[in-house]
Design a protein around this ligand. Structure first.
Ligand SMILES: *Cc1c(COP(=O)(O)O)cnc(C)c1O
Length: 216
């Protein structure tokens, strides 16, 4: 079942779009099934759950942290996480940087931007993020590698609305990439319900859970 759904989705994705299989709340057996089908990138949203799964599964898995991260939990995931998608504050950047310095590991992050009109309260306001980067504040964290942006659209059937929210993020990504952040390579947007719209608007990384693993 998982293998079939995975293949169906993977077959429809353009080759320059990276799939993250969001396995949060699902047991290690489900991840092992996807792993056997060839998937190597998984997304989790709780630090201790991610750490436990990391410890019991093959070490060539690339783990992506996608949930809200509290500063006191950075230590659980800092040693091995491939990319943290959900960096939504200066305080969290400070915490990740200091943990990274402690263990001597550079950590890749995406800055989460608030683009929806409801749902999650998390993420930078676009103007706040512009100001932060213009002021070169991001350079205070030498152990952080800034890879790009992440965002979640409003949960809605209105594709025009969802598309226009993704477009805001894509435009901000292009703006920052062409000015202060030329190293940006990753625009993480799109989930089970809206990934096709996200790809049409320029996403190059989609985070898909229920369409692969079933409902949580
Ligand atoms: C749970 C989650 C997903 C996956 O959601 P699905 O609707 O199951 O595809 C993607 N991104 C984030 C940030 C999530 O928390």
């Amino acid at each position: 079942m998982i293998a079939d759904r995975l293949k169906m989705i993977a077959d429809t994705l353009p080759t320059d779009v990276t799939l993250i299989a969001v396995s949060k709340t699902h047991p290690v057996e489900a991840i092992a099934e996807a792993y056997a089908a060839g998937e190597r990138r998984f997304g989790e949203s709780r630090p201790q759950e991610l750490k436990a799964k990391y410890e019991s599964l093959p070490k060539d898995i690339e783990w992506h942290f996608i949930g809200h991260l509290q500063t006191n939990k950075v230590k659980y995931i800092a040693p091995f996480t491939h990319l943290i998608h959900s960096v939504d504050s200066v305080r969290l950047l400070e915490a990740i940087n200091s943990e990274a310095a402690k263990i001597g590991r550079f950590i890749k992050v995406l800055l989460e931007v608030h683009i929806a009109d409801e749902g999650t309260k998390f993420g930078w306001d676009p103007d706040e993020l512009r100001a932060f980067i213009r002021a070169a504040e991001h350079k205070k964290f030498p152990y952080i590698i800034y890879e790009g942006l992440m965002g979640m659209a409003t949960f809605s059937d209105d594709k025009t609305k969802v598309g226009s929210e993704f477009r805001v993020l894509k435009n901000l990504y292009n703006e920052l990439k062409s000015t202060d952040m030329p190293q940006f390579s990753t625009l993480s947007m799109g989930m089970s319900e809206d990934y096709e719209t996200a790809i049409a608007e320029g996403s190059n990384m989609v985070r898909i859970g229920s369409a692969i693993f079933g409902n949580r």
